[in-house]
Write a protein that binds this ligand. Structure first.
Ligand SMILES: [Zn+2]
Length: 385
């Protein structure tokens, strides 16, 4: 890809910020987060107090791995509104997932949170080469699930034309893909395969009636082998997008068209760590660890050091696209598998397929999408069976 073909960033100042400036910004925002959590009271304020933190002023970025963590159990414990840090009158929308065991996970957004989310999804779309002239065929589900509305708002923020087709009714999707000739497709990877097969049956193939150039596929784990299959079927560049409703939804991280070898994390808003899931200590860059996010600018549901349970490796350095944002690998497993492998003695839970953006997807297991993750050993591979 030549320089002329590198698509413009949506927020170049932030996305290509020098690492030293980014670290300063993250520290300043981390201090603000600590102050807001302390002011809001609740479980996170209590834990900060127990850790001897009474103000954000003295907190440095180097202190991050000594600050208390949060997890899904906190959201369940605080259901429905107990974890919110603003009055309900400031919350303008809710999203959530059914979670496991029927326990819902509910998240809230202020107007500023929605604007932030839209900008993060606009960044992801721009990284895939979308722009104001683009048509975005958005086949993520619309509803409490964050996928549909997240991409929808991001496309509008970018100035593109979004087609809010949502999931299902595949025959109608084929008609819209043929007639509107969108250049960007957004949906789960398993649905991309289904769409590709339906298009083939309808006689629509890459270079013959389709205008697709790139796709943003997430909410399920998927492999590079599946990337190749999707690209062959649809004639587009298949890119990974990552997010979970607890952090904000899609747009936490996304691959760029230029490299497509890992997902740039929007770490100016979502400070990311990779930790050893057993010890809680940071793992070196390049080593798989559990992803932990601090939502340093979110208002309604700010989370300090939220443990995702997702295993991935971080990698730093300037990308060919010009972004300096840290990259995360594809998610290669779940925390529970890693702990069992290491003999820590936690009971193995039933396979809980990636609920990225806030929804479980059993189809991933049926399609064998989950990578065997050799570094995690044979138990992880068992999940593909
Ligand atoms: Zn890049």
């Amino acid at each position: 890809m030549t320089h002329e073909q590198v698509p413009p960033m949506f927020e170049p100042d932030a996305e290509s910020m020098p690492p030293e400036r980014l670290a300063d910004l993250q520290q300043e925002r981390l201090r603000g987060l600590v102050d807001r959590l302390l002011a809001a009271g609740g479980v996170q304020a209590g834990r900060l107090g127990d850790a001897g933190v009474t103000s954000g002023a003295g907190v440095t970025f180097g202190d991050l791995n000594r600050l208390p963590m949060t997890g899904k159990a906190d959201l369940w414990g605080g259901y429905p509104f107990g974890m919110f840090a603003v009055p309900l009158s400031d919350v303008v929308t809710l999203h959530g997932s059914s979670g496991t065991g029927g326990r819902p996970t509910l998240v809230g957004y202020t107007r500023a949170d929605l604007r932030l989310w839209a900008r993060m999804c606009a960044r992801a779309l721009a990284a895939a080469g979308a722009g104001p002239a683009s048509i975005v065929h958005n086949a993520y589900g619309y509803g409490l699930f964050t996928g549909g509305l997240g991409i929808h708002q991001g496309a509008i923020e970018l100035g593109a034309t979004v087609v809010p087709v949502s999931g299902g009714m595949t025959a109608r999707q084929v008609t819209l893909l043929r007639d509107l000739r969108p250049d960007i497709l957004a949906c789960t990877p398993s649905y991309a395969i289904r769409l590709g097969e339906a298009l083939t049956e309808a006689g629509l193939r890459p270079g013959s009636g389709l205008g697709l150039r790139a796709g943003l596929f997430g909410a399920e784990p998927w492999t590079d082998a599946l990337r190749t299959r999707i690209e062959d079927l649809l004639g587009l560049r298949a890119l990974d997008i990552y997010g979970l409703s607890e952090v904000i939804g899609p747009g936490v991280a996304a691959e760029c068209l230029v490299a497509a070898d890992g997902l740039h994390v929007n770490e100016d808003h979502f400070v990311v760590e990779a930790i050893d899931p057993a010890s809680g200590q940071p793992v070196p860059d390049g080593t798989p660890g559990e992803l932990v996010f601090s939502t340093v600018t979110k208002e309604a549901l700010p989370l300090l050091r939220y443990r995702t349970g997702d295993i991935a490796a971080l990698r730093r350095g300037t990308c060919g696209c010009g972004r300096t944002l840290v990259k995360m690998s594809k998610v290669t497993g779940r925390r529970d598998d890693m702990l069992v492998i290491r003999g820590v003695g936690l009971s193995r839970k039933p396979a809980r397929w990636r609920r990225g953006f806030g929804r479980a997807s059993a189809s991933a297991s049926r399609c064998g999408l989950w990578p065997p993750a050799p570094s995690l050993g044979p138990r992880s591979a068992r999940r593909c069976g």
